[in-house]
Write a protein that binds this ligand. Structure first.
Ligand code: FE
Length: 192
């Protein structure tokens, strides 16, 4: 049941109504929770994940194995409360470059990247990146090495690209590494 954002929204409203009926939450509380979620949802989170993975091979292995639990180690989560989305981190290598898209709507790891850019939601990007990923990346001024793998996000599963660490960053601390990462690098439409 991927891409069933509408039905999930309906289920969430149903659960909210039940909780309110039982006096467990009120609408204002839900609004505050949503505001807190959005205030903390920013690309800096995704950048921290990548910097830690570059600096710590053990963390990187755990991240690729189970991203939802690994990101808790640095105080992050996919948020969202009632139903946590599965996060999959896909690693760029010299052989494979990864790009993320949602072909049917605009599923995106908001908790880790903030709200998605307009082009990510555009019908042109969503349809063309699957058919002609290299052509689309060329329009971003980017021609990655190797094959291009396109990952189609859904209501339940979100992706984050782990870019390759630039050679020139040897000896950098995590703070500096995080600053070298770009939002589009985490979507796969730019080098780091
Ligand atoms: Fe979607």
């Amino acid at each position: 049941m991927s891409h069933s954002d509408a039905s999930i929204a309906a289920r969430v409203r149903h659960v909210e109504a039940l909780l309110e009926e039982r006096g467990l939450v009120d609408a204002q509380e839900l609004d505050r929770a949503l505001e807190a979620f959005l205030a903390n949802a920013k690309p800096a989170n995704g950048k921290r994940i990548v910097a830690r993975a570059w600096a710590d091979t053990g963390f990187k292995a755990r991240l690729l194995e189970n991203a939802n639990t690994a990101i808790e180690e640095i105080g992050l989560s996919m948020g969202g409360g009632l139903q946590q989305q599965t996060l999959k981190v896909v690693e760029n290598t010299p052989e494979v470059h990864n790009v993320i898209v949602c072909t049917l709507c605009s599923c995106y790891p908001i908790a880790l990247l903030g709200p998605s850019p307009a082009w990510y939601k555009s019908p042109a990007y969503r349809s063309r990146v699957v058919r002609d990923p290299r052509g689309v990346l060329a329009e971003f001024g980017f021609d990655p090495e190797g094959e291009i793998a396109v990952w189609d996000a859904s209501a339940e599963t979100r992706y984050l690209v782990l870019p390759r660490r630039p050679a020139a960053t040897e000896g950098w601390d995590e703070q500096r590494l995080a600053e070298a990462v770009t939002r589009n690098g985490l979507i796969g439409t730019a080098p780091v």
